[in-house]
Design a protein around this ligand. Structure first.
Ligand code: SF4
Ligand code: SF4
Length: 206
């Protein structure tokens, strides 16, 4: 029979009188240590669907897809891929769209699909070429940040009007029929189409 070494006996005696390193979770609630970084929690009210967090997420846990037919952007966040780096939190343009929880750590699931969360945001689509400009909430956010400077561009006059109710919708609505016209700059058009209008009708003085 092999006898335990003195060092092992010493460790066994010490462990009898010192508290355990491990917690009895889930029998007892686990209290995360200070500055613990847990699950990223989205605040949908303060998330404008801008895509910035997806662009900085190292494992591509955040993805975006635009459904032009339905006019919605779908944002999916896969916490099975998340490495809790907090890049999304640090780069969020509103500063409040997503924050890593210091309490939520129970994200183990049997089906990985259950670890994916989805959000939907209404898209802003160019009325001329059909390109996706951004989300409506994103543009409203930029208007709030710009303050009075937002009025210096007529690109989004319709959108601003919806918010400020300066005129009835029909007063400023002009239908885009075929080729872009000068009046179309009052519609919601993407930067490309606006540039075409400006080059064709304003810079050349047509
Ligand atoms: S914490 Fe890091 S890995 Fe997780 S969603 Fe945010 S950016 Fe991606
Ligand atoms: S960066 Fe912030 S506002 Fe933009 S999509 Fe991500 S969480 Fe939402």
């Amino acid at each position: 029979m092999k006898y335990p070494k003195l060092r092992e006996l010493k460790e066994a005696v010490i462990s009898l009188v010192t508290p355990a390193y491990t917690s009895k979770f889930p029998k007892e609630p686990h209290v995360p240590f200070e500055r613990f970084r847990g699950k990223p929690v989205v605040d949908n009210e303060n998330c404008v669907g801008c895509e910035t967090c997806a662009n900085v997420c190292p494992p591509h846990a955040i993805t975006f897809s635009d459904d032009k037919e339905k006019g919605i952007r779908i944002i999916s966040r896969d916490y099975g891929k998340c490495i809790f780096c907090a890049m999304c939190q640090d780069h969020c343009i509103t500063g409040k769209g997503v924050k890593l929880s210091d309490k939520i750590f129970e994200i183990a699931v049997f089906d990985r699909q259950n670890n994916i969360e989805y959000q939907e945001k209404e898209l802003l689509i160019c009325e001329s070429c059909g390109a996706v400009i951004t989300t409506k909430e994103h543009l409203h956010f930029m208007h709030r940040r710009l303050g009075p400077k937002a009025f210096s561009s007529i690109l989004n006059l319709n959108l601003l009007n919806q918010k400020l109710k300066l005129a009835e919708g029909q007063d400023i609505d002009v239908e885009i029929r075929d080729d872009l016209k000068r009046k179309d700059m009052f519609n919601i058009v993407c930067p490309n189409c606006l540039r075409q209008i400006l080059v064709k009708y304003l810079f050349k003085g047509v």
